[in-house]
Design a protein around this ligand. Structure first.
Ligand SMILES: [Zn+2]
Ligand SMILES: [Zn+2]
Length: 291
């Protein structure tokens, strides 16, 4: 194994440096080291770069992202070392081996606190740690993030063996696709009369960025009728159609009232059945409720 690892280290807001970090001299029980293949840039990384550091504000898991840190939590890599039996480390008990491609959940939870025992999963764990967010790059194990040649996955990280047929780009996007679980929740709500996301429903996706694209693909998978993408970029609106949108509306020069009217026209006057907001601005939520 190498002695050092090249890594993009976020050393302060607005500042990223290429550094040589130590390759960890040992692995804790249950830890894995992977050789990185691909790593995404999440909106969370951009927040950190702008100095907006609070994760999961208002919950027991609230904590700041740290500096210096190796970011990157949407990852695909190949196992080069692990300390423990593969079937104890892999999330679903598969026989993980050196050479296997893996991805992982960014959130490392304790499994012991009240939140872990009572409410499954993040962001509630009181001891939560975020791979590529809350691990320091200047102390062992140094490389807990994907923007590096190698990445250390700490004990208790949820590590998933990836099927051989899955291309590396898909593996890398798996974490992002998890965000679309809110459409699954909306589907489940449909079990209660009149609410939620029913088969054939019109779905409006506000914002055709990376998360919006995932929502469009998921809405299509879950049996949406008409899917309408909203954005200010023609390039993104065209891409949205490749991901499964039936139409794109450029909201650049539209007032809220005009936009609501267009959506009503497209839905026989009823309005959208499901609206997914992926922009992150309060005013977008307001018009979303109206359409
Ligand atoms: Zn993310
Ligand atoms: Zn916990």
């Amino acid at each position: 194994m190498p002695k050092t690892v090249k890594a993009a280290v976020m050393v302060a807001p607005g500042k990223i440096e290429l550094q040589e970090l130590p390759y960890p001299d040992h692995l804790e029980p249950g830890a894995v080291i992977v050789k990185m293949e691909m790593s995404g840039i999440c909106g969370t990384d951009k927040h950190a770069f702008r100095g907006e550091l609070t994760l999961y504000g208002g919950t027991e898991a609230e904590q700041p992202m740290v500096f210096p840190s190796v970011h990157g939590h949407e990852n695909s890599g190949v196992v080069v070392e692990m300390n423990g039996r593969g079937r104890d480390i892999e999330y679903s008990g598969q026989d993980l081996k050196v050479g296997d491609r893996v991805t992982h959940c960014p959130n490392v939870i304790c499994g012991r606190c009240w939140y872990c025992r009572s409410i499954h999963g993040y962001p509630y764990c009181a001891e939560h740690q975020g791979i590529g967010m809350t691990y320091y790059a200047d102390r062992f194990p140094y490389i807990v993030g994907g923007w590096a040649e190698y990445m250390y996955l700490p004990p208790k990280a949820w590590v998933y063996k990836v099927p051989d047929y899955l291309p590396v780009e898909y593996t890398c996007l798996t974490e992002l696709f998890v965000v679309t679980a809110l459409l699954d929740r909306a589907k489940e709500l449909a079990a209660y009369g009149g609410r939620g996301f029913h088969f054939g429903d019109t779905v409006v996706v506000q914002g055709a960025g990376a998360v919006g694209m995932m929502m469009i693909a998921k809405a299509r998978l879950l049996g949406a009728g008409k899917i309408i993408a909203l954005d200010k970029s023609e390039v993104k609106l065209n891409l949205a159609k490749e991901f499964g949108a039936d139409m794109g509306i450029n909201v650049n020069d539209l007032s809220d009232e005009e936009l609501v009217e267009i959506i009503r026209d497209e839905t026989k006057g009823r309005g959208a059945d499901v609206v997914v907001e992926t922009v992150g601005r309060p005013e977008v939520v307001k018009v979303g409720l109206e359409m």
